[in-house]
Write a protein that binds this ligand. Structure first.
Ligand SMILES: [Zn+2]
Length: 332
């Protein structure tokens, strides 16, 4: 991991955290200004909390503790009433963090240890690895995916299928949505998208990437040639120059390998590719990791290009979807 990138990110986190805290503080000030009664209520509430704490420490009077609780409740209700009357949501004054899990600190506590939050991990992945492979994909969502770009004409001799390209792409879209829905399920298979360029393979996998990142999953996105070159150069790099890409490829919740089959293969790259595919399958049970591969090769092409060990993994643990139709990039 590049510590310069990490330090830079942590500075950004600190900044946005402060901005969010300040924004919340400003909202409060404004609200108090137009509704002094609210400030009074909050003051009373915080005083009571202090008294409650004291009371608990002394622990000599159950009755007064009960009284304090009741007063807190009634003050809270009064506050809620005022907020309601001026149409302000209950959480208006709470701090709005970008990531509610780590409150924009980048770290969370788990089992007594401080570990990196997925939001920070994903930012590191994007800066260190993913940017080499994808540009901005924010707009690539299922809502923006137009199935009407695909022909609804069945042409068995042309497409080698009894259903139209449109029906086929609708099926694939459904499969992609199910993949997201059942992502945590260890029975959910990985995905292979096969077919020529311009048929939506990359678009659909980007839709999945977007959705899973939104859900707080970590995603590594790699084209096969870049991924394999980076893996090999990391293997030979001095320890201080290593990027740790191998570990990220083995642990990201989702790995997308784009353009498999366009790399120049050699035995060393094959070993690395097999290791990535196989190790990710082995970790299915306790922490399901998923992989999406897109390739121009069909099943026969995969057989001809890769070792049987790898192809048997594909057949056993991946659902294979074939994209067909006419190049949709020409229709946009
Ligand atoms: Zn976070």
């Amino acid at each position: 991991m590049n510590t310069l990138i990490l330090n830079d990110l942590l500075k950004q986190y600190e900044q946005k955290r402060l901005i969010h805290l300040r924004d919340a503080e400003n909202r409060k000030k404004e609200l108090y200004m137009s509704n002094p009664k609210l400030e009074k209520l909050d003051e009373q509430l915080s005083n009571i909390s202090i008294n409650t704490a004291k009371e608990i420490l002394k622990n000599n009077s159950k009755e007064s503790l009960e009284n304090l609780k009741q007063r807190i409740e009634s003050l809270k209700k009064e506050k809620e009433k005022i907020l309601n009357s001026i149409n302000i949501p209950k959480d208006y004054l709470s701090v709005k963090y970008d990531c509610s899990i780590c409150k924009d600190t980048g770290y969370i506590f788990e089992n007594g240890k401080s570990i990196m939050c997925n939001c920070l991990k994903q930012k590191l992945y994007n800066l260190e690895y993913n940017q080499k492979n994808i540009n901005n994909i924010d707009n690539q969502t299922f809502n923006n995916f137009n199935v009407n770009l695909f022909s609804d004409k069945v042409d068995e001799s042309k497409y080698n299928s009894p259903i139209s390209p449109r029906e086929n792409i609708i099926d694939i879209k459904k499969a992609a949505e199910n993949f997201i829905l059942n992502f945590e399920n260890s029975d959910t298979k990985n995905l292979i998208f096969t077919g020529g360029t311009g048929l939506g393979k990359t678009f659909i996998s980007n839709c999945i990437v977007n959705e899973l990142i939104k859900q707080g999953k970590t995603v590594m996105y790699q084209t096969a040639p870049v991924m394999l070159d980076n893996l090999i150069s990391d293997l030979f790099a001095k320890p201080e120059n290593q990027t740790g890409i191998s570990n990220s490829l083995l642990t990201a919740n989702l790995l997308v390998i784009d353009d498999l089959g366009t790399e120049t293969m050699n035995s060393m790259k094959f070993t690395e590719l097999y290791k990535i595919i196989n190790t990710r399958l082995l970790s299915q049970n306790n922490n399901p990791l998923k992989t999406i591969i897109s390739t121009n090769l069909d099943l026969k092409g995969l057989f001809n290009t890769y070792d049987e060990r790898l192809v048997s993994r594909f057949i056993g643990y991946y659902d294979i979807y074939r994209f067909y139709g006419d190049d949709i990039r020409l229709k946009k």
